[in-house]
Write a protein that binds this ligand. Structure first.
Ligand code: SF4
Length: 354
């Protein structure tokens, strides 16, 4: 199947039809829902572009179809996002008008506690497909204020598309840089790209442990970068972008929830611009990983707060409708009789910024 067009491919196409930058901007605003599709005479579209406008609109609007499931948890829900080639991904509606979008179909990192990681990478999403998830979310939540790139996929493995989507959301969607959060397990190419990026999103690092050897077991295909180096790179970027790094930690009972590990995390973060989000592991069928007791999680938070590190326990959104990454998609594939995951886990790893 031909690759789905990126935002940049569409821009080239519009330009070939005679579009000037202001015409491109109007098309994007119409698609994003902040402008209208029917241009007043004064807009003066070039004839070739005007003749193609209905077709362009149909193509943009058919990039994704979505099913919306509300959660009983306040302000949460899920979008099962169907792509034009029959694949699907998930976007999660989060409290406080945020949406978490996917950047790949499947994921090559293979985190042992993640349903998406079990199936390996299927394909990259184009930048237009990433933005289309936000367009879909805006249909359900018109007042969307934040976009988190933390759904299915590892953003650094689809870097060019992710950075295009970030720029689009800042330029067309008018999101401020701190309202866009890119999450990563850590990759030199992402750190490098962020340092020179025109729009500098907030950065979240999925760390999960301070033990380097354990991290290689929990995140088997993550880049072999030490925890110390990951935290150095992440917090240096936070200082540069003037917005705290978010350190994400999926807590699993008896695996990475010891007080000693959290003390070590506190030592590594002391004096740095960072905050910690603990999230209890989502129960996944057949998984040996269990959630720690609530009181124990609160005790871990206290260790960090004593060192003046901002720390929270985040609830996994939309638990009642398979809130864990990839669970809803996996169930739908199973219902459709599709084998879960189709490609080599390492395929296209680091498809990156080139
Ligand atoms: S947790 Fe994220 S990085 Fe890890 S396998 Fe799942 S989608 Fe990939």
């Amino acid at each position: 199947m031909a690759r789905e067009p990126d935002i940049s491919d569409f821009v080239e196409e519009f330009t070939a039809l005679g579009a000037k930058p202001e015409h491109v901007r109007r098309i994007w605003r119409a698609w994003f829902g902040t402008g209208g599709w029917v241009p007043p005479q004064s807009w003066n579209y070039p004839a070739q572009l005007q003749a193609q406008l209905a077709h362009i609109r149909a193509r943009l609007e058919s990039l994704v179809r979505f099913e919306h499931q509300e959660s009983r948890q306040a302000d949460s829900g899920k979008l099962l996002v169907h792509l034009a080639d029959g694949e699907c991904v998930e976007a999660v509606l989060l409290p406080r008008d945020a949406v978490c979008v996917s950047t790949q179909v499947g994921c090559a990192v293979g985190c042992v506690f993640c349903m998406t990681g079990r199936g390996g990478l299927v394909r990259q999403l184009s930048s237009a497909e990433i933005v289309a998830q936000v367009v879909a979310a805006r249909r359900v939540r018109p007042g969307l204020k934040k976009v988190v790139f933390m759904g299915m996929g590892e953003p650094s493995h689809n870097l060019r598309a992710v950075m295009q989507a970030v720029e689009f959301l800042a330029d067309v969607g008018q999101f401020q840089h701190k309202q866009l959060v890119v999450s990563t397990v850590g990759d030199e190419r992402l750190f490098e790209a962020l340092r020179t990026a025109r729009v500098k999103p907030a950065l979240a690092l999925s760390l999960h442990t301070t033990d380097n050897q354990k991290r290689r077991t929990l995140l088997p295909n993550a880049r072999p970068i030490s925890v110390e180096e990951l935290l150095r790179q992440t917090t240096e970027y936070a200082a540069m972008s003037k917005y705290p790094a978010q350190i994400e930690w999926t807590l699993m009972a008896g695996v990475n929830d010891s007080e000693a590990e959290v003390e070590r995390l506190a030592e590594l973060l002391e004096g740095r611009l960072a905050m910690v989000n603990f999230i209890a592991v989502n129960p996944v069928e057949g998984s040996p990983y269990a959630r720690p007791a609530r009181q124990h999680m609160e005790d871990l938070i206290t260790i960090l707060r004593r060192r003046r590190i901002v720390a929270t326990i985040r609830e996994s959104a939309a638990q009642d409708i398979e809130g864990g990454c990839g669970q809803l998609r996996a169930r739908r594939l199973a219902q459709a009789g599709v084998r879960f995951g189709r490609t080599d886990k390492r395929a296209d790893i680091g498809g990156g910024a080139s």
